[in-house]
Design a protein around this ligand. Structure first.
Ligand SMILES: NC(=O)c1ccc[n+]([C@@H]2O[C@H](COP(=O)([O-])OP(=O)(O)OC[C@H]3O[C@@H](n4cnc5c(N)ncnc54)[C@H](OP(=O)(O)O)[C@@H]3O)[C@@H](O)[C@H]2O)c1
Length: 290
């Protein structure tokens, strides 16, 4: 298939690009810099110069593809507006097609809010954290468009071997001998997935355009932060000291997005497993390199 990826150099996007290329798809990747263009080429994708902020610069690339994957995020204050403009461009371009355009859009576990002991499935109510509430609206508008076949993928908190992903902050503190900073509570649970497994879910869903709607992707439903700390302490020469910061503190210090890691969450991924046979290869984060 011909696939356009937005954000193909990112933490998740680079793994998705690698996975798609390894399965013989023709991948074109949007890139706003020479560095990103080189990165995409090294991953086996065709770089397409443009900026997410300016859909006119990449809209034409949609004409040649079967699938578009949205994994680009600026994480700036205008992130919501940029994403909405990108979606509007995708929807407009789809009107000129003879067959519906397949769209894989990225949401996230934080759209379910705090779940406590009730693991979120795709039918659970969404109670997104304020920083990402706009994703719900954008996802809804994609799902409503008859010219699109949209799939909203909700990744669990994603880790990997190249810097750690969601573990990065704790790993940096551990390697510098600082107390580990726990956000919220040591009992908070994080749904987890390795990015290689997540990337396989994107590919499987890209390949099956009849599968529309919301799909959660998690290998572990909810791992207590206590267990994550224990594993990090096991790997580093660290005395195990930690300090707990409450939600208000971290949101004030790091921004509204910092509410996410304070949520006590569990998320199920039965639907993607039943629909396309997805199974995680890394079932336990303690077995992974990060
Ligand atoms: N990481 C997680 O644990 C997680 C979990 C659930 C959901 N998500 C969601 O998944 C999405 C991707 O997250 P991520 O962690 O992979 O992000 P990331 O590593 O920061 O990657 C962001 C990507 O967006 C691209 N980008 C940013 N601004 C751009 C622009 N103006 N023009 C073109 N490209 C631009 C970047 O390209 P260059 O920098 O190369 O230019 C990069 O490829 C986000 O929506 C995030 O909320 C992430």
């Amino acid at each position: 298939m011909n696939i356009l990826i937005l954000g193909g150099t990112g933490s998740i996007g680079s793994a998705v690009t690698t996975e798609l290329v390894a399965h013989n798809h023709n991948v074109t990747g949007l890139c706003r810099s020479e560095t990103s263009a080189r990165r995409l080429a090294a991953l086996g994708a065709k770089p397409y110069r443009g900026d997410l902020r300016n859909p006119a610069s990449w809209r034409a690339a949609l004409r040649q593809v079967d699938v578009v994957i949205q994994l680009a995020a600026s994480f700036d204050d205008d992130m919501a507006a940029i994403d909405a403009a990108a979606i509007a461009a995708i929807k407009q371009e789809a009107r000129y097609r003879t067959s519906p355009l397949r769209v894989l859009y990225t949401g996230g576990c934080w759209l379910y809010g705090q779940t406590g002991d009730h693991a979120a499935s795709e039918t659970s109510p969404k109670r997104p954290i304020s920083a990402f509430a706009w994703m719900e609206e954008n996802a809804f508008s994609l799902l409503q468009d008859p010219m699109l076949r949209s799939c909203i993928i909700h990744p669990a908190m994603t880790y990997h071997e190249d810097g750690g992903g969601v573990f990065a902050r704790l790993l940096t503190q551990a390697s510098s001998g600082l107390p580990l900073e726990v956000w919220g509570s040591i009992h908070t649970r994080w749904p987890l997935v390795h990015r290689r497994d997540l990337a396989r879910a994107y590919r499987l869903l890209a390949e099956q355009p009849e599968l529309c709607g919301h799909y959660n992707v998690a290998a572990q439903m909810g791992v207590p932060v206590r267990d994550i700390l224990d594993e990090i302490i096991r790997r580093y020469p660290h005395d195990g000291a930690y300090v707990v910061r409450n939600r208000k503190y971290v949101m004030f210090k790091y921004g509204n997005w910092a509410e996410g890691p304070t949520l006590d969450q569990q998320m199920r991924a039965d639907k993607v497993q039943a629909a396309c046979g997805w199974h995680p290869e890394v079932r336990d984060f303690t077995q992974a390199v990060f």
